[in-house]
Write a protein that binds this ligand. Sequence first.
Ligand SMILES: [Zn+2]
Length: 136
Amino acid sequence: MRSRRVDDICVTGNGSMNVSPESVAAVVVIIVIVIVIVIGYFLSRRRSPKEKSFRCSRCSAVSQHTSRTINAWHAGKTKFFCGSCHSEWLRSHPAARASVRESNGGQRSGCLGVLACLIFIPITFVLAWLYASQYL
Ligand SMILES: [Zn+2]
């Protein structure tokens, strides 16, 4: 009983000895990556038009911004179209409809793919590094 306690203390003592500058640096790197991702996420979420509504460039009706017009605003467009004008335009341009949908979907999954790479590649490297330094 008594000797087992001593063993436990020795194990925890060895465990704290294993905290090398490299693993501390790795933890710092992880924290920095997480902070950068969180800040980037909030900045990208906040970036939206100041006005919640816009005047349609075609029929001059005032309508609320949607994810579609906010995307257009992000792309640097200054002219927006209300929902009905947009759907009417899509009806008269069936080819454009497919490409618009494709480019939107592609852009979104591309962003997610890049984000996933940015998150997972450094974390994988750091975890591998931590794992290696722990068992070397
Ligand atoms: Zn309109």
